[in-house]
Design a protein around this ligand. Structure first.
Ligand SMILES: [Zn+2]
Length: 298
């Protein structure tokens, strides 16, 4: 892993550019961290950067529970005794991380699915926080941004910096994965609409570069989700079982199905199907020992 470095954003707000970005708000010498990077090594380097400056880690605020955002939690909490804050829906996944691969897969995960991308080390959530409003004991404010995960939040600092977690993915991810992970498609559309109306000097996405405006990212993310919705609707014109839909989707977007992609894309595809059933475009019918997803006849 390349050495991590601190980058100053505004006032007391910093961030550490990394595969999963890490935010810092520094009050005198106390650090409030926003996410903890993707693994133990990230945790180790974050701790080094903090102690080198004579700062003390007070709390990690996790935007959500995905392994790449909580990967440094266990190391940092063991090393410093820091608090960990998370929303009620995300906290169980942080304390019992096997919930993540088992939820994504829909059963007991196979050994190949139990890797650091999907399964972080457990850490203890000391502070359960609301999805909206001030984070108690900190100068930070939470914003509810569901869609990507159950109770995901964005975090705003007093310097006008808004950490948007995984509510938006950069164009490189949209082009490579197409079905980037989404749990609730309808909630994601509302989150995109909400972000259109949020003001900040600097927005820092969970993955990718900080930006002064979210407009183009929002448009590209929305466009990609709409593209997938119409693709899946088309695919169901004849009526197909889930495994056929997944295989067709992988072929169409040229997706490589390693165990991680298989369960991430599979889980997202299930969410798209549910969304299209809720809007009345699709229905599912039990047929000959399988479930057939098909376009509703008008
Ligand atoms: Zn992420």
């Amino acid at each position: 892993m390349a050495p991590l470095e601190l980058t100053h954003l505004a006032g007391n707000t910093w961030y550490i550019p990394a595969p999963s970005n890490i935010g810092l708000y520094v009050r005198e010498t106390e650090v409030f961290l926003i996410d903890s990077g993707n693994d133990k090594e990230a945790g180790r380097q974050i701790n080094k950067l903090i102690t080198e400056r004579g700062w003390t880690l007070r709390m990690i605020v996790n935007t959500h529970s995905n392994a790449d955002h909580i990967g440094g939690n266990a190391f940092l909490q063991n090393k410093t005794g820091c608090s960990v804050a998370a929303t009620r829906k995300e906290a169980p996944f942080i304390e019992y991380p096997e919930l993540e691969p088992s939820f994504l897969y829909g059963g007991y995960p196979s050994p190949a699915m139990r890797n650091k991308f999907l399964l972080a080390k457990p850490s203890r959530v000391t502070d359960l926080i609301e999805e909206e409003g001030p984070v108690p004991g900190t100068p930070l404010t939470a914003l509810s941004l569901p869609g990507h995960f159950f109770g995901m939040i964005g975090v705003r600092t007093p310097d006008g910096v808004l950490f948007t977690a995984d509510a938006l993915f950069p164009p490189s991810v949209l082009r490579k994965y197409h079905l980037f992970f989404l749990y609730d498609i309808t909630a994601q559309f509302s989150t995109l609409e909400r972000l259109e109306n949020e003001n900040a000097e600097i927005f820092v996405p969970g993955h990718g570069e900080p930006t002064g405006s979210l407009a183009s990212l929002i448009a590209e993310n929305r466009e990609k989700i709409r593209e997938i919705l119409s693709f899946v609707t088309e695919l169901c014109a004849q009526g197909r079982c889930f495994d056929d839909l997944l295989a067709e989707t992988a072929r169409h977007f040229d997706l490589t199905m390693d165990p991680n992609q298989y369960i991430l894309i599979g889980s997202s595809l299930r969410s798209y199907l549910s969304c299209l059933c809720a809007t009345g475009e699709l229905e599912h019918l039990a047929e000959g020992g399988t479930m057939i997803w098909k376009r509703r006849s008008l």
